[in-house]
Structure formats: C-alpha cells, structure tokens
Design a protein around this ligand. Structure first.
Ligand code: SAM
Length: 191
C-alpha cells in the first residue's frame, strides 16, 4: 500500500454519504446491477440495498469497474420490509414509478436522507412498494421509448443528488461515524 493509495482511500471515504442510498427491487441483469453499483460509488453511496430476485443476487461483471469492492450490498427478502426499514431510519423513499402522483425527479430535496427505489428491468417497481414510498418520481421522457435502462435512470437521479449535495457542502467533511470510517479504511487497505 503506497502512501498515495492510502490517501486516496481516505479521501473517498471522507466523501461517502451514509444518508444516500438505492434500493433495487429484483434488478436481475448483472450488467445493470454492476453499472448501478458503479454509479453509487461515483456519488458516494457506500451501502446499496437489494431485494434478491428469484434466481439469486446477480453476479457482477466488468461493467462494475470493481465497484462491488467499495459499495456494500445489503440484501432484503421483501421490498416492503426494506422500504419500511429505511423509512424508520429517517430516509425518504423515492420510487421511480410512473403513477398519478409521480413528480419530476428534479423537484425533490436530495439533501435529506434519501433512498432511490429502482425496479426490475421488465416489471418496474411493484405497486405495493410504489404506494409505500414517500414520493413517486419520473425522469421526463420526450421520445418514442417509454422508459430508460434502469442503470441509466439510477445514474440520472443519483447525479442530481450529488449536484444538490455538492452545492450544500455535504462532501466537504466526512459524514461517516469515526469508528466506521476507521474500520472501513482498514478493510479497504488490508483486504
Ligand atoms: N415496464 C416497466 C415499468 O412499467 O416500469 C419498465 C421498467 S424500466 C425498463 C426499469 C426501471 O428503470 C424502472 O423500474 C425504473 O426504476 C427505472 N426507470 C426507467 N425509466 C425511468 C424514468 N423515465 N423515470 C424514472 N425511472 C425510470
């Protein structure tokens, strides 16, 4: 471990956002799962949540750029349990779901503790999860195709969260508790 590498690990950890996360509801294609984790890493999401699809958690592939080393994935058996658990911890859950109450994703405040709920490639977010969420959000679509690839939707919304959090100074000082910071640094430095 060179001193530069150690400094890099510390710097990345100091920008992690424990109050920003995603919940993947049965996203099952490895390239999508991998690409979402890569975007998570880029905006400072240190823990992602996933409801395990029937075939098991997708494997990672080269699309991840090794992001799975830096982003923890917490698995859940049920999407409602995951949504309620995050809400109980103070997170607003934003379901990416076209419904009558859906709003443009740019109208919301991502400096609040926020979880972006993303749905399966074919079926999207379940109706139950969408109605349990605090908000339903959409990325406006002006073309012929009705929806984006799930990893593209994830990146679009996560980078809006990053934009707002940068403007609010939320990357300026570490926000992970000291003990967790030290423990993670040790795990990253000496895997
Ligand atoms: N037929 C599905 C449906 O009705 O939701 C399409 C699923 S889409 C291919 C997969 C996931 O990408 C969605 O569940 C959502 O999480 C995300 N997504 C795709 N396009 C979106 C958009 N325009 N706004 C918000 N989320 C979107």
């Amino acid at each position: 471990m060179t001193p530069e590498r150690f400094r890099k690990l510390k710097n990345v950890l100091s920008k992690r956002q424990p109050t920003l996360t995603v919940l993947l509801e049965e996203v099952h294609k490895p390239h999508n799962f991998s690409a979402i984790l890569r975007s998570c890493d880029a905006v400072g999401v240190g823990t992602a949540h996933a409801v395990v699809p029937r075939g098991g958690l997708p494997t990672y592939n080269a699309t991840s750029g090794s992001a799975e080393k830096w982003v923890r994935v917490e698995q859940h058996a049920s999407v409602l349990e995951a949504v309620e658990g995050l809400q109980a911890r103070g997170f607003q859950v934003l379901a990416t779901h076209l419904s009558e109450r859906a709003v443009d994703y740019r109208t919301l405040d991502y400096t609040r503790p926020t979880c972006v709920l993303l749905g399966a490639e074919k079926w999207g977010v379940s109706a139950a999860a969408a109605s349990g969420a605090d908000h339903n959000v959409v990325i406006p679509m002006l073309g012929m195709v009705q929806s984006l690839n799930v990893s593209v939707a994830a990146a679009t919304i996560l980078f809006e969260a990053q934009r707002q959090r940068l403007a609010a100074g939320m990357y300026d000082a570490p926000s992970i508790p000291f003990e967790e910071f030290e423990r993670t640094l040790f795990e990253w430095a000496y895997p």
